[in-house]
Ligand binder design. Structure first.
Ligand code: SF4
Ligand code: SF4
Length: 167
């Protein structure tokens, strides 16, 4: 429907120039080119960091890669209660429980594996743990590897590795 030289309805309140789109295409190109030139010549003004030369500073509370805590004798604090693997929404924690030689401790994890490729870093595992045996405070937020299998980390890795971003 036309009213006062403008088209109403499906095309909104567009005049003929806007409906031809040619001017609008050039306007869009001008904006795009302006952003490209700004990004090339004024990188400091960009809201991003120049990764990997620059790295963002994360809060201490930011969840990084997991670690398993140890007792004073170096054995895992974990008692293989399966709370973490049960609560995990990504089903990426796999534990095999075994009887602990110390009668005061019922069980320990014979194996404790996490598939980091499935993990969504929600933190529910450390929240569910009744004995503070698993934490996500390593400060490692980037993990790289040359095969998918290396993202499947085991008990030894979780107990001992605190530093490597490369798996
Ligand atoms: S952080 Fe979340 S997804 Fe990852 S292992 Fe823990 S519970 Fe599972
Ligand atoms: S890490 Fe904690 S929640 Fe998970 S099995 Fe061990 S003791 Fe239970």
């Amino acid at each position: 429907m036309r009213m006062n030289g403008k088209t109403h309805g499906y095309g909104g309140d567009m005049d003929l120039r806007e409906r031809l789109y040619v001017g609008e295409i050039f306007r869009g190109l001008r904006i795009t080119i302006r952003h490209v030139l700004r990004n090339i010549f004024h990188t400091k003004d960009m809201p991003t960091v120049q990764y990997p030369e620059e790295k963002p500073v994360y809060s201490d509370r930011f969840r990084g890669r997991h670690r398993l805590m140890k007792r004073e004798d170096g054995t895992p604090r974990c008692v293989a209660c399966m709370m973490c693997s049960t609560v995990c929404p990504a089903d990426c924690i796999h534990i095999t429980a075994a009887e602990h030689p110390d009668p005061a401790i019922e069980k320990y994890p014979d194996s404790f594996d996490i598939d980091l490729l499935r993990c969504v870093y929600c933190g529910l595992c450390e929240e569910a743990c009744p004995c503070d045996a698993i934490r996500m405070d390593t400060g490692i937020y980037e993990s790289v590897a040359d095969s998918r299998e290396k993202f499947f980390v085991d008990k030894e890795f979780l107990l001992n590795d605190r530093t490597r971003g490369t798996l």
